[in-house]
Ligand binder design. Structure first.
Ligand SMILES: [Zn+2]
Length: 732
């Protein structure tokens, strides 16, 4: 961010003393919809982007406290002096501005400052950036947007829309779109990927959808915790929740209110609000809109459609593939988890929201809830603005990358990290056009080689049905890593590749330390309802029932083979015996999982491990609801956790669980403990560690067709021929 070097000094909003006199921040434990509705109607405001039942921060004045006590709503007071809390926050902002770390991103910016910067961008990059007015608010402010695309005819380019700040108090949701704007204009003709993307894509960014509300959160006589716009409702309460005003599933469900004093007031009619109308008309004016993000705070989530129901959205595989790409890209920058899933999975349903309306029009549309995960909510410390922007730029780039590729490749079981030497690794793939392409299903091809030099062999990928394919990835007999990529052709003559560009995927080679296929009872140590046997397909009060068979064979280890786990469960363990792993390196646990468990605010499933009889370390725990409806192969790297230990024990845990909502819990099968090795040499046919004349002779004596995997098939195309000879000679 070198462009804007001028440091703007702003005077922080001076709050009138005593503005929040008599108001406290509390954590309320709301047991039912009636309590929530009544609190809403009394004007008690949730301090979440999604207000909801359960445990939630809220603003309570004396009358709310009195009501809560009368209604026996449990709450604890977190902050009684909000004025001094806000003053402290203002001081931290002042200090952050003085330090100036992060330049423009050292502190949050007002509506005016954002507009000034948009104009500066346009002046600095007139060829690729133009500012425009999306619409005008109740109070006469312009909603400003910026279009960024390469010069030339932009008709026919794909269009992407990103906006922030439907909700006034979610300040960081303004900074992130601004940062993305900077990165795109500064990357033009500097970063080859951004340049290519801008030549095929028009990006429209609206940092502040709700300028009236946003300004009100900064105003001396305003309200830092204002959420809605500033409609005059001709009564005691102002404002409409813009993200409940959209014309898809408008005014329904538990997430909305028709009371003007509620923070989720839906407005007098769908699209009654000029801000929602302006954004609607903008979307309608974008014939090639393919993807959209509505930025909010807070909770760190990538929310997929639908928000308003638990129905499956159109193109669900593509929806999930992109949200996972975004979540992974965000994680890769600063290690922050933004879980991907639907509102129903991760939060609560919400009606009349922007992304549902966009989804209904056919684009891929998401809500991203930015930092933090919880406290301090909307008042993100200023030093977290820049990292939040950086990680979400990565998420935005993942979206741009995804739509450049007009075919989506996704892997329902993930991609394998490793396989056994000399065995085929089965890889289920979903291949689906994102746009209008028609795929030639019998052209799906695996390009694979052993090692990282030389030609790729091609092997056809089996088309199962619909969007489902299965690749068989060969792992070399001597143990060289396999590299591969996947391609498919479409009727327009194009070849689509995964991964993009020159990138390849890699599978390591493993040897087996121990293997339990569960066909016989390994007699592991159990507690609670853990047992070995045949699962019965029982349970499923929520999520899916247990399976009716193992992943292979009929037997599994499961938690309650007859049905769901119990409520109010303490941790119940399944523990392996002590396994000798001396002289083994890079140890990996792999097994087949069929797990259903509620989200971790309530119920828990985990795996832990310990070396040499020491303390247990958690290897994995559920970070969201899990609803397996088929066996899934999963693997975990133990090497960091157990170091150089000589023995290891592994433990699966069911629990703790809360007092409601039972799921069918753990089922595990085909547990393997593996060690990774990659000491073999490319071109070494007979695995003796040297590439020499014996390897050549081996090839000649095996000349011809190779069924499955053959040592002499060094270019693994299923035939032992001259390409294998050349590979050996090339690695001599
Ligand atoms: Zn929000």
């Amino acid at each position: 961010m070198m462009l804007f070097s001028t440091i703007t000094i702003t005077i922080g909003a001076i709050l009138s003393a005593g503005q929040y006199e008599g108001t406290s921040i509390v954590r309320a434990h709301i047991e039912n919809q009636k309590q929530l509705n009544t609190l809403r109607e009394l004007g008690a405001r949730s301090l979440d982007c999604f207000d909801h039942k359960g445990s939630t921060p809220m603003l309570f004045d004396d009358s709310h406290i009195e009501f809560a006590e009368k209604m026996k709503i449990d709450f604890e007071v977190l902050e009684t002096n909000i004025d001094s809390y806000i003053l402290k926050y203002e001081q931290s902002r002042e200090e952050a501005r003085m330090r100036g770390l992060g330049g423009w991103y050292s502190d949050f910016k007002t509506w005016n400052e954002v507009n000034t910067r948009l104009n500066q961008v346009e002046q600095a990059y007139p060829n690729i950036a133009s500012v425009f007015t999306v619409g005008v608010t109740h109070e006469g402010r312009n909603i400003n947007g910026i279009r960024i695309t390469a010069p030339g005819d932009s008709v026919g380019r794909k269009q992407v829309l990103w906006n922030g700040c439907q909700h006034a108090r979610e300040w960081v949701a303004v900074m992130v779109p601004m940062y993305i704007i900077d990165a795109l204009v500064e990357g033009w003709n500097v970063d080859s990927e951004i340049t290519t993307i801008l030549e095929t894509t028009e990006i429209i960014i609206v940092p502040i959808v709700n300028p009236d509300g946003y300004e009100f959160t900064y105003a001396p006589n305003g309200d830092r915790f204002w959420r809605k716009n500033r409609r005059n409702n001709s009564g005691s309460c102002e404002g409409v929740d813009l993200n409940r005003n959209w014309g898809f599933a408008w005014n329904g469900g538990d997430s909305t209110s028709t009371n003007t004093c509620s923070d989720v007031y839906v407005g007098p009619s769908a699209f009654s609000e000029p801000e929602a109308q302006a954004m609607r008309d903008l979307v309608v004016s974008l014939p090639n809109l393919v993807a959209h993000i509505d930025f909010h705070s807070y909770s760190q989530l990538v929310l997929e459609p639908w928000a308003s129901s638990n129905n499956t959205p159109p193109r669900v595989d593509i929806v999930k593939a992109l949200s996972n790409d975004i979540s992974d890209a965000i994680l890769s920058v600063h290690g922050e988890t933004y879980a991907a899933g639907t509102g129903g999975d991760l939060l609560y349903l919400a009606d009349g929201v922007f992304p549902d309306w966009v989804t209904d029009r056919g684009a891929l549309s998401y809500t991203i809830e930015l930092r933090p995960t919880g406290s301090p909510g909307f008042d993100l410390p200023p030093n977290e603005i820049l990292p939040t922007c950086e990680e979400n730029l990565a998420g935005a780039m993942a979206m741009l990358r995804f739509i450049q590729n007009s075919v989506s490749f996704s892997f329902p079981n993930g991609v394998p990290g490793f396989g056994l030497a000399g065995e085929m690794q089965t890889l289920p793939i979903n291949i689906e056009p994102v746009f209008e392409e028609v795929l030639l299903e019998n052209t799906a091809t695996l390009h694979v080689r052993y090692g990282s030099n030389g030609p790729f062999a091609t092997r056809s990928i089996q088309h199962d049905s619909g969007t489902q394919y299965t690749a068989q990835i060969p792992i070399s007999t001597c143990g060289v890593n396999s590299e591969y990529w996947i391609s498919i052709e479409s009727t327009d003559g194009e070849t689509h590749r995964y991964p993009l560009g020159e990138e390849v995927l890699q599978v390591g080679v493993a040897t087996e330390i121990q293997n339990w296929n569960m066909d016989t009872n390994p007699n592991w140590q159990t507690s609670g309802l853990w047992s070995w046997g045949t699962p019965t397909g029982g349970g499923g009060q929520y999520g899916n029932p247990d399976p009716t068979t193992g992943a292979t064979g009929q037997y599994v280890f499961g938690y309650n083979l007859q049905g769901d786990y119990e409520n109010n469960l303490a941790e119940k363990h399944l523990v392996t015996p002590t396994i000798n792993v001396s002289n083994q390196q890079n140890i990996q646990l792999q097994f087949d999982r069929y797990l259903n468990v509620e989200q971790p605010s309530y119920d828990h499933a985990s795996i832990s491990v310990r070396g040499d009889g020491g303390a247990w370390s958690t290897l994995w725990t559920n970070t969201s609801v899990i609803e397996d409806s088929q066996w899934v192969s999963v693997s975990y790297d133990l090497s960091q956790t157990i170091g150089t230990a000589n023995t290891v024990e592994i433990r699966w845990t069911m629990g703790t669980t809360d007092s409601a909502w039972r799921y069918s819990g753990w089922n595990i099968d085909d547990v393997q403990l593996l060690a990774l090795s990659n000491t073999a040499i490319q071109g070494d046919v007979n695995c003796d560690g040297v590439v020499d004349v014996s390897d050549l002779l081996n090839i000649i004596s095996n000349w011809g067709f190779c069924e499955g995997i053959c040592g002499a098939d060094t270019v693994p195309d299923g035939s032992i021929n001259v390409s294998d000879l050349l590979q050996v000679i090339g690695n001599w």
